[in-house]
Design a binder for this molecule. Structure first.
Ligand SMILES: O=c1ccn([C@@H]2O[C@H](COP(=O)(O)O)[C@@H](O)[C@H]2O)c(=O)[nH]1
Length: 242
């Protein structure tokens, strides 16, 4: 089902606006993504508000700290009912394992479904010039994404967040079943904003994305439900390789 692949980013700072979008979009979307802005504004209750209506939540807080801190924080996040939580792969294998283990342990102790844990690789707002010159990272972005995806898989994570341009190389390195979640999605003619490594929804699905994440092209549209429907139409005839 195309709608199962669509994750809409609720990048707003209040509950009313978030729930207005959830109510308009629930029939067209697989998951809603709660990021730092909405979580910091409204706290964990917003996850309950969204999931109460039967929708699924990707809690995108991108944890990145020492393994003990991330493990303990991820344990708390596992209580809130999100289906996906994430960490930064740059925190290393011990940190990712700490998150994975504490989330599984907490879910089991509390009798809750175990959320997927995925790792953010190189942010989709980063281009090669910024990666090399500002961040001082050696080599190509693609090689770093592949290496971090393999480390995430070895650390027991369920998948990665990467740009759609790296879908094929991650799929080849990490195999079927490994989830590939791609922001940096822009329908033809949509504003790039701060995104740099982008593809259209249809290109990303054809390349093998498990999920595509779209925020402003839907939430900033005059009619968000119509914008979501148009995107579902664009991906509905495309071979689903994810
Ligand atoms: O590498 C990344 C990781 C996360 N994101 C998040 O996805 C959405 C994209 O929103 P748009 O409005 O469609 O640009 C946003 O919430 C980011 O925090 C990302 O873009 N890139």
């Amino acid at each position: 089902m195309p709608k199962e692949k669509l994750i809409v980013a609720l990048d707003v700072d209040d509950r009313n606006r978030a729930m207005e979008l959830v109510n308009k979009l629930a029939g067209h979307v697989g998951f809603f993504k709660v990021g730092m802005e909405l979580f910091y504004a409204e706290g964990p209750g917003i996850i309950r508000d969204i999931t109460e209506n039967g929708a699924k939540v990707f809690l995108d807080l991108k944890l990145h700290d020492i393994p003990n801190t991330v493990g303990r924080a991820a344990r708390v996040l596992a209580r809130y009912g999100a289906s996906i939580i994430n960490v930064h792969a740059a925190g290393g294998g011990d940190m990712m394992r700490a998150a994975r283990e504490s989330v599984a342990d907490e879910a089991q102790n509390k009798g809750l479904p175990t959320p997927m844990v995925v790792a953010v690789t190189v942010l989709t707002s980063i281009n090669q010039a910024v990666f090399s010159r500002e961040m001082g990272m050696p080599g190509e972005i693609e090689d770093r994404v592949r290496a971090w995806a393999l480390l995430a898989r070895e650390s027991g994570l369920d998948g990665v967040v990467c740009s759609p341009r790296e879908i094929e190389l991650v799929r080849e390195a990490c195999g079927p079943g490994f989830k590939i979640i791609t922001p940096g999605i822009r329908p033809d003619g949509a504003k790039l904003g701060d995104q740099r490594r982008v593809m259209t929804p249809a290109e990303a699905v054809r390349a093998g994305a498990s999920y595509i994440v779209i925020g402003r092209p839907i939430t900033g549209a005059p009619d968000p439900a119509a914008a979501a429907k148009a995107i579902l139409e664009q991906i509905s005839g495309v071979a689903d390789n994810g």
